[in-house]
Ligand binder design. Structure first.
Ligand code: I3S
Length: 126
């Protein structure tokens, strides 16, 4: 069986740098550790790259994979109480992964929040 993702699935909707902290993996709490991540949103997933975009692109050739987050059934909400930082929201996946994303710049975090929320709302819930 030959599987091919559709053009729509591959299309990048938004990309850029944000502060990221993964706080749970498969339902297990993790120690919060903020770092800059290059983030790529497409219709049904978000990819987190640890490196700069340039570094990530060159790593792709060597098969280095980013962390991929399935947005089907995911939740997004503002998470003021989860950090002393301003402008923090949380994404929680069906698989029990939780991520905090943050930017000091209001319009940047608002744009990201709405872009991710729209992507989630367009997807089937399961
Ligand atoms: O929610 P917490 O535990 O106060 O989060 C802080 C810690 O993760 C801290 O690292 P240590 O666990 O090594 O102390 C980070 O450096 C802080 O940035 C975290 O707090 P903020 O409020 O920045 O999310």
């Amino acid at each position: 069986l030959f599987l091919q993702s559709t053009q729509a699935e591959k299309m990048v909707e938004k990309e850029g740098y944000l502060q990221k902290a993964k706080i749970a993996d498969g339902g297990k709490k993790l120690r919060k550790n903020w770092s800059t991540s290059w983030i790529v949103l497409s219709s049904r997933k978000i990819e987190f790259y640890k490196e700069s975009k340039q570094q990530a692109l060159s790593n792709m050739k060597t098969g280095n994979k980013p962390e991929s987050v399935d947005l089907c059934g995911a939740h997004i909400e503002w998470a003021k109480e989860k950090s002393s930082r301003k402008n923090v929201f949380q994404i929680s996946t069906v698989s029990g992964n939780e991520f905090l994303l943050q930017s000091d710049i209001d319009f940047i975090i608002l744009d990201w929040f709405h872009a991710i929320k729209n992507a989630i709302d367009r997807l089937p819930k399961d």
